[in-house]
Each structure stands twice: as C-alpha cells, then as structure tokens.
Design a protein around this ligand. Structure first.
Ligand SMILES: CCCCC/C=C\C/C=C\C/C=C\C/C=C\CCCC(=O)SCCNC(=O)CCNC(=O)[C@H](O)C(C)(C)COP(=O)(O)OP(=O)(O)OC[C@H]1O[C@@H](n2cnc3c(N)ncnc32)[C@H](O)[C@@H]1OP(=O)(O)O
Length: 140
C-alpha cells in the first residue's frame, strides 16, 4: 500500500476523495464535488472533510517543490457552508519557504467564487531519518 491509498488523493483508495492536484505557479489547485456521504449537518459538507481538503492542498505545495512534509499546525476559518452536490475549487500557495519549514495559505471557493473556507498551515520538511521512520520512499 503506497501513496495511491492517500485518503484525499489516492487513486486506489475505495473510500477516498480521489482529488487530483495540479501545479499552478508555485501553488496547486484541485476540485471536489461533495456527495451525501461527506455530510455532517443535513446537506452540509462535514467540517472534517473541509479540513482534509485544505490540509492536502497544503501538503501538495511542498510536494510541488520536491519537499516531503507533515502538517504541524493547521488553522482553519469555516466561512460559508459547502452544500451537497456543490463543486468547489481548492487552491494553496506558499507564503514562506525554508529548508525546514513552509508556511502555506489555502482556500476553498464555490463555483460563483464565494470563499467557503481558508487556512494557514505550518508544514515541516521531514529529515531523511524521519522519512525512513514513516516508511516514505522516493515519490513517483
Ligand atoms: C502538484 C504536483 C505535486 C507532485 C506530487 C508528487 C507525488 C504525490 C505523492 C504522494 C502524495 C500522498 C499523500 C499526501 C500526504 C499527506 C497529506 C496530508 C498531510 C498530513 O496531514 S501529515 C499528518 C499529520 N501530521 C503529523 O502526523 C505530524 C506529527 N508531528 C510530527 O511528526 C512532529 O511533531 C514534527 C515532524 C511535525 C516536528 O517534529 P521535529 O522534532 O522534527 O520538530 P522540531 O522540534 O525540530 O521543530 C521544528 C520547527 O517546527 C515547529 N513545530 C514542530 N511541531 C510543531 C507543531 N505541532 N505545531 C507548531 N509548530 C511546530 C517548531 O517550533 C520548530 O520551529 P522553529 O524552528 O521556528 O522553532
């Protein structure tokens, strides 16, 4: 079981969200359509799913730069409900990049451009030893 089982982006995870992120300059962008099984309150996407979308986009920013990180901190503002059936855009970009730490801003918008949620993440670049401990090899 490898990267293809990631809950958000893994192609082979039958319970996953199957989101594909593309490069967009030094940032990334992806899209997601909420379904009924992603609900918390009736017809509203669960906040944990919203958090996962922001977290994942924040992790793809360093991946885009060839850096493997984990999320150390994620501060989220939930601004508007995301309704079941809605297609949202998730985007993220770095605001600071160093050899050990990246600061990443991410946001989710609806089809009309309305901001649904935003976040600030602290992503820590893993050392070789930390990658080995987590069993993360070369990225394909
Ligand atoms: C678009 C194209 C891209 C191409 C893509 C290619 C391939 C794709 C392939 C695969 C993709 C697959 C999957 C995507 C993967 C993941 C997505 C989700 C990401 C996550 O969801 S990942 C899980 C949740 N995440 C954790 O499971 C972390 C648990 N945790 C730890 O593993 C340690 O805690 C660690 C390593 C974080 C730190 O440990 P450490 O010992 O190395 O750090 P150390 O003490 O040296 O601190 C160094 C500096 O970080 C600051 N710092 C540390 N910890 C902090 C904290 N918690 N809050 C705030 N600041 C913190 C210190 O304050 C200091 O800052 P300063 O230097 O400024 O003082």
């Amino acid at each position: 079981m490898g990267f293809d089982y990631c809950f958000v982006c893994g192609e082979n995870n039958p319970h996953g969200l199957h989101i594909h992120f593309e490069r967009d300059g030094d940032g990334v962008v992806g899209y997601f359509q909420t379904e009924r099984h992603h609900m918390g309150w009736p017809n509203v996407q669960h906040g944990g799913i919203t958090s996962s979308l922001l977290d994942e986009a924040s992790a793809y920013v360093p991946l885009n730069l060839g850096l493997v990180t984990v999320t150390a901190q994620l501060n989220i503002s939930f601004k508007k409900p995301i309704r079941v059936g809605e297609r949202v855009r998730i985007e993220a970009h770095p605001t600071k990049v160093s050899s050990r730490l990246l600061l990443v801003e991410a946001r989710i918008t609806g089809e009309d451009g309305e901001e649904k949620a935003s976040s600030n993440a602290k992503m820590i670049v893993l050392t070789k030893a930390q990658k080995e401990e987590l069993g993360i090899g070369e990225l394909s």
